[in-house]
Design a protein around this ligand. Structure first.
Ligand SMILES: [Zn+2]
Length: 248
């Protein structure tokens, strides 16, 4: 039986999450960030400046809530300040994903909230907000985010927060795809899903493990598309299949 330690390592998971985001259309230049709370500590794991699809586990650093470097050798970006602010304000949040994804930005220029135009958009029904202010400091973004799972930043991108790195990653992908469908649907006068169906769908998406299945499927894809990530982490070829079998 292969050693699965590597595939559960937070540094590998953050690097994998960034590459999955990139491959699913959430390209963010060098300034998007994926972070994960360090359990039981006033600290979190995050990446420095860099393209999502070049991330390796060795790039991931750990910083405390004053943004002092605790582990790793890369210089922390000042842009991660609001990650810290969210972890302090929201004990239910264990991962923060900030992207500059294309269709979220296009939709954000309308200042509209995400509509319920495709099946998976229901993740965000009554569960996201739009921030119209400038800048991206925690003192402004934390109250704007409130108790929601996502915040659309006008002319900028989005912040997704969730209980796990895997869920935050998949939710960021869903938000981008739903924004894309909405932009296209609005162009042809498309209509939204009726409320009763939205509520039924939302319950089902959370109940039947959609996000876990999506994460596992994307890990299988990543093994083929990004072999250097798995080689860098020393993860054997069959580890992804075994991980999927364990969590199915
Ligand atoms: Zn940004």
């Amino acid at each position: 039986m292969s050693d699965l330690t590597g595939i559960h390592d937070v540094r590998f998971k953050i690097a994998a999450a960034r590459r999955i985001l990139y491959r699913e259309g959430c390209d963010s230049g060098v300034a998007g960030h994926v972070s994960m709370r360090a359990p039981g500590e006033d600290a979190f794991w995050v990446t420095p400046f860099g393209y999502f699809d070049e991330t390796l586990p060795s790039h991931v650093i750990k910083v405390d809530f004053n943004l002092n470097l605790l582990e790793g050798s890369w210089r922390p970006s000042p842009a991660i300040e609001f990650h810290e602010a969210i972890y302090e304000a929201r004990p239910d949040v264990n991962s923060v994903v900030h992207t500059h994804s294309k269709w979220v930005i296009v939709l954000s220029t309308t200042h509209k909230k995400l509509g319920m135009y495709d099946a998976a958009s229901v993740f965000f029904h009554d569960d996201h907000a739009v921030y119209k202010g400038g800048g991206a400091a925690g003192k402004d973004l934390v109250p704007a985010l409130g108790k929601n799972r996502a915040l659309i930043l006008v002319n900028h991108g989005s912040i997704n927060v969730s209980d796990s790195l895997e869920n935050a990653t998949i939710e960021a992908i869903v938000l981008e795809k739903s924004a894309k469908y909405q932009v296209h649907a609005m162009q042809i006068g498309g209509q939204e899903i009726p409320l009763a169906e939205v509520l039924r769908g939302r319950e089902a998406y959370f109940k039947y493990g959609y996000r876990t299945e999506m994460w596992n499927a994307n890990m299988r894809r990543l093994r083929k598309s990004d072999p250097e990530l798995f080689e860098a982490a020393g993860i054997p070829a069959d580890a992804v299949d075994m991980l999927v079998a364990q969590t199915a």
